[in-house]
Every structure is written in structure tokens, then in C-alpha cells.
Design a protein. Structure first.
Length: 104
């Protein structure tokens, strides 16, 4: 008798941004809304892995709120990971991109 084992392969799609978990924390300039004013955000990514959150396009659904230079503090992987990101591109079309914030 020959046993046949079926193996199912599942493709795991990248998780989607949950807009309700993105909160504006502060303006980073002394005058709120001043030209060139940067903003600081906090994002609870739930079970999303750091790799998903830092991928180009993850923040596309909130592109209208983000500006180049904005800071996003991210708690990911169910609280097991924390990253500080800087928005590097927030175009009207195309992907929003981020990079790890540089500290000196």
C-alpha cells in the first residue's frame, strides 16, 4: 500500500496597514503646521513583522497624512519589536517608503 501525502503551500500575503492604529503624536517644529513642519507618529502593527512594516508601500493607505522627514515609531510582531522609521518618500502615486531612523 502506498500512502500519498498532500502538501499544501500557502503564500503569505504581506499584512495590510490598519489605519486605526496610526496616531499622530506631535509636530516636531515649534509652530504646528509651519511650512516644512515634520510630524511624529506612533503605529501599533499588531502581528505584522518588521520586514512587512518597513517594506515599500506598507503605508500607502495613509500617504495623504505623511510627509518626507516624518518619524514613525512602530511596535511590531505583537510587541516583540520596535523600530523608529523616517518617511523617505510620500508620493501622490507610487509607494510610500521609509528607512530606519539614524541616531547620532
Amino acid at each position: 500500500m502506498i500512502a500519498v501525502v498532500a502538501v499544501l503551500q500557502m503564500e503569505i500575503a504581506p499584512m495590510a496597514l490598519n489605519k486605526t492604529q496610526l496616531s499622530k503624536v506631535a509636530n516636531l517644529n515649534s509652530v504646528a503646521g509651519a511650512s516644512g513642519s515634520k510630524q511624529m507618529w506612533h503605529y501599533e502593527a499588531g502581528a505584522d513583522a518588521v520586514a512587512a512594516v518597513t517594506a515599500a508601500g506598507y503605508f500607502n493607505d495613509v500617504r495623504g497624512y505623511l510627509k518626507v522627514g516624518d518619524r514613525i515609531d512602530v511596535v511590531a510582531a505583537n510587541g516583540a519589536a520596535f523600530r523608529v522609521l523616517t518617511v523617505t518618500a510620500a508620493p501622490k502615486s507610487g509607494n510610500v517608503t521609509t528607512s530606519a531612523a539614524a541616531f547620532s
